[in-house]
Design a binder for this molecule. Structure first.
Ligand code: FES
Length: 88
């Protein structure tokens, strides 16, 4: 069995060409990270990404990113203490 190329909850690389891309931020798209309009009626919007040249972007798979659907490194941050346990 081949080894996975990325950690289970780390970012997933996505190769994109230059241009404007609508990225899915609702997890309902049938085209993976690319928006197919499935968010309509949910109150969510797609994430517009403009690239001046082809690039590989890192997509968030842990849902902790503050720039979702793009990875911001939050997957490596220690888990925060629950709000109901402020001390100890
Ligand atoms: S995978 Fe990196 S912040 Fe979610």
């Amino acid at each position: 069995m081949p080894e996975p190329t990325t950690p289970a909850h780390g970012p997933e690389p996505l190769e994109l060409s230059a241009g404007v891309h609508q990225l899915c931020s609702c997890d309902r798209s049938h085209h993976g990270w690319l928006c197919d309009g499935a968010h309509l009626g949910t109150g969510r919007v797609s994430y517009e990404l403009r690239l001046s040249e082809p690039a590989t972007v890192q997509m968030c798979r842990c849902s902790r990113s503050h720039r979702y659907p793009l990875c911001d490194g939050s997957h490596g941050a220690p888990a925060r203490r629950p709000w109901w346990k402020p001390w100890g």
